[in-house]
Design a protein around this ligand. Structure first.
Ligand code: BES
Ligand code: MN
Ligand code: MN
Length: 459
């Protein structure tokens, strides 16, 4: 499938229009933009040739559905993606405005990359699937039935999607789920994501005295909630950088020699990694490599911490309150509800009298593994080999897509994670971008998946 320059330009311009919509799911001020992005997605599905499309309202942001059924005897591929994006702040660290997409060349993307919030996560990647469908229909070469389910709440935990799956399992019936919302090793070494980490997200609110106090009049006599929060945080890891919450590792499946050996053979340059992040040394659980630390091992990080006086100059106070947001990344077979409970018990046990503690449980999700023996995996393997002229490597991802394990539980379907982004594309960060090469390689590889899946799949 060769695209003309005109076709490529049109595709790029269309994606730019999509990226101009600030569909920030976390911020209720952007509700109209969310609706606009949902409608845009539906229209692009219609333009691609979907015969049945619908926007489903939920208790949160809407879900866009579309399908093209060629023949009910053929296998059905369900594509999942999300049209919502992360908030763009801090805005002043962007070199160009987050919702004014522009193409710029970079070292890693010599053909250029589109800079905009959502370019890689996930509008650009989901758009590849819509365009691939459009091209397959145009060329009369669509080999399978396709369904699309595009949601608007992935970045805030997909909390309304589970009920939607339960209520619409017949509509969503499929033989494989295909997702491009992860990354690959590099533009010369494709990979298939064979696992995702789970997540448990918690928030702590510590309260000391009923009001901010003069730090001279009271200092040294009253527990300071920020000091105490710092002590609590310092007890999350032991001297080996293992997580110190009792029972935390109980359900962790320790990787065997074979698996660790495979990881050690994955191309990875620690020097470049440090250079790109401008750090002198990496850090994490003792006895594991960087790739292991971000795939087969769990982690705990404070995402935000605040309280007291943070304005200009100095103000001498003992604050009344201190706050922290904390995420834990989980691996098979950790259960996120159970981990949230262990976390809560541990924090309660190390909080001193004199400080009152409130713990808020935010969203979470289970870890996920895709077996590489599965038909979908094989179809993906062949598709990459044909388009990149190189065998893809399996690689477990460090991020989370909480709905993926629920697809398996509720729809009884496996998910194949064909991500075309790179870890260095700055998703969730300022200057997020997506390579032009990656965009068109994705559009080229997706129809090869469909072709191979039809060939391989046996009911
Ligand atoms: N697309 C990412 C997840 C991802 C990225 C997985 C790269 C593997 C490699 C997704 O949009 C995301 O950001 N998920 C959140 C979880 C969600 C509950 C907010 C995450 O991982 O923090
Ligand atoms: Mn995503
Ligand atoms: Mn994301």
């Amino acid at each position: 499938m060769l695209l003309s320059n005109k076709q490529k330009d049109d595709i790029l311009n269309e994606l730019m229009d999509f990226l101009k919509i600030p569909s920030i799911s976390a911020d209720s001020n952007y509700k109209n933009e969310i609706l606009r992005a949902a409608k845009w997605t539906k229209n692009s599905l219609i333009k691609a040739g979907c015969e049945r499309t619908k926007i489903f309202e939920t208790d949160g942001h809407p879900i866009v559905y579309g399908e093209k059924i060629v023949d009910t005897k053929l296998p059905t591929i369900l594509t999942y993606g999300h049209y919502d994006v992360q908030p763009p702040d801090p805005l002043d660290l962007w070199d160009s405005p987050p919702f004014k997409p522009i193409v710029k060349k970079t070292k890693i993307h010599p053909d250029g990359a589109i800079f905009a919030r959502g370019s890689c996560d996930d509008k650009g990647q989901l758009f590849m699937h819509i365009k691939a469908l459009e091209i397959m229909i145009l060329n009369n070469s669509l080999p399978c039935n396709v369904k699309f389910m595009i949601e608007g709440e992935e970045e805030i935990g997909s909390s309304n999607l589970e009920v939607f799956l339960k209520n619409n399992s017949k509509l969503l019936k499929n033989d494989i789920i295909l997702i491009s919302d992860t990354s690959m090793i590099s533009n010369t070494q494709p990979s298939i994501t064979t696992g995702l980490r789970g997540l448990s997200y918690m928030e702590l609110i510590l309260t000391g005295p009923n009001r901010d106090l003069h730090s001279g009049l009271y200092g040294g006599a009253v527990l300071n909630p920020i000091n105490e929060l710092a002590k609590i945080i310092s007890k999350f890891h032991d001297e080996k950088n293992r997580i110190a919450i009792p029972g935390f590792y109980e359900k962790v499946i320790e990787a065997d020699f074979n698996e660790r050996n495979k990881i050690s053979l994955t191309p990875f340059n620690i020097k470049k990694y440090k250079k790109e992040l401008q750090i002198e040394e990496v850090g994490g659980e003792k006895g594991f490599s960087t790739l292991e630390r971000t795939s087969i091992r769990p982690s705990l990080d404070v995402n935000g911490i605040w309280g007291g006086y943070t304005g200009e100059g100095a103000k001498t106070v003992i604050p009344s309150e201190a706050y922290a947001k904390i995420s834990m990344r989980l691996v098979p077979n950790q259960d996120w509800e159970n981990i949230s409970l262990l976390f809560k018990k541990y924090v309660e046990s190390i909080t001193p009298k004199g400080i009152s503690l409130k713990i808020i449980k935010h969203h979470g999700g289970s870890p996920y593994l895709t077996p590489s023996s599965n038909d979908g995996y094989k179809a993906a393997q062949q598709a990459y080999t044909e388009s990149f002229k190189k065998e893809p490597l399996p690689q477990r991802g460090g991020g989370s897509i909480p709905i993926v394990p629920l697809f398996e539980k509720i729809l009884k379907s496996k998910s194949i994670l064909m991500g075309f982004g790179l870890d260095s594309d700055s998703i969730h960060s300022p200057n997020e971008h997506f390579g032009i090469f990656n965009l068109f390689k994705g559009i080229e590889t997706i129809p090869l998946f469909h072709k191979n899946f039809k060939k391989i799949f046996r009911k």
